[in-house]
Write a new protein. Sequence first.
Length: 159
Amino acid sequence: MKRKIFPDARALAEHLKKERPSKLVTTNGCFDILHVGHVEYLEASRAQGDALVVLVNTDASVKAQGKAPDRPINNENDRMRVLAALESVSYVCLFGEKTPEDAIRLLKPDVHTKGGDYTVESLPETKVIREWGGSVKIIPFVPGKSTTSLIERISKGKE
């Protein structure tokens, strides 16, 4: 079985020196409770190249984002394992910074994707990826599908 999970971008970058896909795509996020919106987003991201790297926020970096105090629901190891099981995902690794700029610099992807709540101009990653001629692609959200809305629906069912 192909190794898909790496502890950090440095370890993955070393691996990719031996096995570099011709068009590498990266994306990043928390991916706390995987749902159909995530699956469609990751499939669309993967379609941008030959291999998709998902940069996953560490538990500490999720908490630092100011999400609900009980987030993430699933710990970083569980989130990485679930993502790695998806056919569209080639590699998964953690990053602990506020943004994945350092990881992107190490991996030097051809394309970086982000969800529809961003614009190319608003992403700090854009400047970094353009340093070597890469591009940023915004992938539209699947309407009504989000982890927050899923948690709200579950909570209402308990009341």
